[in-house]
Design a protein around this ligand. Structure first.
Ligand code: MLC
Ligand code: AMP
Length: 522
């Protein structure tokens, strides 16, 4: 709660609201890393102030973007918080992106500052300076790098920049089925409203005794780890047990000290493979949240049987933050496997057919949404933004689903050619474009097939030019330097031709059926 004398009173900067959630006891532990480092709430306050002062000392223009392509660390989270409090715009980039991908994002977003790992400084700084970036700093996951060296000389007092809820806080890039990746522009208001709704809906608990303790084991360059998890903990003054990498055995051991866990389905599958997972191991936990990809009913049921806990599945996207959730409180209803729950308070969610007609309960169609979390538009793409909204202001998610009589939403497919591997979206067109540029390739089709660990993985089906000899392993190897690791197909097959329908369109459903059980390289 902001008091009358609070300097942040009336300030709609997301950081001001997060900080208002910090407990009064600022010396209490806010973040404990799995390898034993402790950060107090005061440390978060002071370190984010120092980093904000460093950014301000650069005298950047209003709305300047701060891009970060770094390995996960608490300091990377502090850079995010510093960017918010300085009133600048945060642009997180997956640490697995390769140079062509980074070149595109930096060229498109034109960040004033780029922060990268020291090991990547050579190539990242070359791309950034060429694109007009003024400053490139380094930040490593062991608290070294020029960013922290420079911030160490800055004051630890900083007044949070005044922002309106409609001002930009972050840009999250999402790929698409055609052409270029798009930067989804999220405002302070988008992020704060969603964080507040989730705090209430999931019953986040505050206080030195009985306050929540979150195990944070997700990457922090996407919505799930960066916003849903971090905002939830900070807003309720809850401690985080921090993992730079997901390690199932260690995560499970830490559940003895935690109350909340969030993961993509792959994390649950890997935890289920741990023999030590039982009711006793999770006795202190109160909430398991899953999202970013479909949670198989099998995983949902096995988790219930092994732990006695019912996973709460929710649904969202970069453009909208969280949209639906299964209930936490019993009075709101039951958590139903195979569904993503109800539209969250404030979210209006409907299912329409291809002609734009509303469907009755149970009807399957495109999911469209409206609400305070829905983004401001795609960065510098007004036409693309307009295309994705209906005339009455609903955002077209590209997901296909249905709503039952009680209001439970189920996702049954996607209208976009996309699959989700280990919680990351993969757009086949991006991979096909790369394969098609390889010597000797006539054409290709990439499909997603079911996979026990990652949910779905890619299969590349490639046709050689007449007389050219192609090898599957060589194709995969060439892609590795061009695309982030999760986009690399796990299988590649060279075929004589692709199945097509009477219109000449490649029949990906035929390919999916053909390669459903593929093992090895062909
Ligand atoms: C790694 N690999 C993947 C992969 N991650 N392949 C496919 N899909 C993935 N997601 C590759 C590696 O490059 C390696 O290839 C091989 O698989 C084995 O790697 P690993 O050691 O098992 O991978 P690991 O480092 O453990 O990573 C797996 C993971 C990670 C599941 C922990 O992918 C992850 O953290 N996923 C979470 C994604 C996430 O946060 N999504 C939220 C998006 S927000 P090789 O060839 O080198 O051996 C969003 C909105 C919403 O969607 O609603 O939340
Ligand atoms: P992203 O663009 O990375 O934010 O991913 C958003 C997409 O992830 C959505 O459009 C959905 O297709 C998918 N998604 C998120 N949560 C779920 C879920 N619980 N079940 C199925 N798909 C999901």
């Amino acid at each position: 709660m902001q008091s009358k004398n609070d300097p942040d009173r009336g300030n709609q900067n997301l950081f001001a609201a997060l900080r208002a959630g910090f407990p009064a006891a600022l010396d209490a532990v806010a973040v404990e890393t799995d390898d034993g480092l402790l950060y107090s709430w005061r440390d978060l306050e002071r370190a984010s102030a120092m980093l904000a002062n460093l950014l301000l000392s650069l005298q950047l223009p209003e709305g300047a973007r701060i891009a970060a392509q770094v390995d996960k660390s608490v300091e990377a989270m502090l850079l995010y918080l510093a960017t918010l409090r300085a009133g600048l715009v945060y642009l997180p980039l997956n640490a697995a992106y390769q140079s062509a991908e980074i070149e595109y994002f930096i060229g498109d977003a034109e960040p004033a500052v780029v922060v990268c790992s020291a090991k990547n400084f050579g190539w990242v700084s070359k791309i950034a300076f060429k694109a007009g970036t003024g400053y490139v700093f380094t930040l490593n996951d062991d608290r070294t790098g020029s960013l922290l060296e420079r911030a160490a000389a800055c004051s630890d007092g900083h007044r949070v920049a005044q922002r309106r809820s409609d001002d930009l806080a972050a840009i999250i890039y999402t790929s698409g089925t055609t052409g270029r990746s798009k930067g989804a522009m999220l405002t302070h208001g988008n992020l704060l409203s969603n964080a507040r709704v989730l705090k209430a809906y999931w019953g986040w608990r505050s206080g030195p005794q009985g306050g929540d303790v979150l195990i944070h084991a997700l990457p922090i360059f996407h919505v799930h780890g960066l916003f849903v998890a971090i905002h939830g903990a900070l807003l309720s003054g809850g401690k985080m047990i921090w993992f730079n990498r997901f390690e199932p055995r260690r995560v499970l051991q830490r559940m003895a000290q935690a109350t909340v866990f969030m993961g993509v389905p792959t994390l649950y599958v890997r935890l289920l493979a741990e023999p030590a997972l039982d009711r006793q191991a999770v006795a202190r936990m109160r909430l398991f949240v899953a999202g970013s990809a479909p949670l198989l009913l099998e995983t949902f049921t096995q988790w219930q049987e092994r732990t006695g806990h019912t996973i709460l599945e929710r649904y969202g996207m970069s453009e909208t933050v969280m949209l639906t959730s299964n209930p936490y409180f019993a009075e709101h209803g039951q958590r139903r496997g195979g569904t993503v729950g109800f539209a969250l308070p404030g979210v209006s969610l409907r299912v329409h057919d291809e002609q734009g007609r509303a469907l009755a309960a149970g009807g399957v169609g495109g999911i469209e949404v409206k609400g305070p979390g829905v983004f401001k538009g795609y960065w510098r793409m007004p036409e693309k933004t307009a295309e994705e909204f209906t005339a009455d202001g609903y955002f077209k998610t590209g997901d296909v689903g249905k709503i039952d009589d009680l209001g439970y939403v189920s996702i049954v497919g996607r209208s976009k050619d996309m699959f989700i591997s280990g919680g990351y979206n993969v757009y086949p067109v991006e991979i096909e474009d790369q394969i098609n540029q390889l010597p000797g390739v006539a054409e290709s089709a990439v499909i997603g097939i079911a996979h026990a660990d990652f949910g779905e993985v890619g299969v590349a089906v490639v046709v050689a030019r007449p007389g050219a000899a192609l090898e599957a392993a060589g194709i995969i190897a060439s892609l590795k330097s061009k695309l982030a690791n999760y986009k690399i197909p796990k299988h590649c097959v060279v075929v004589d031709d692709l199945p097509r329908n009477s219109m000449g369109k490649v029949q990906k459903n035929v390919l999916r059926a053909r390669y459903a059980g593929i093992k090895g390289d062909g």
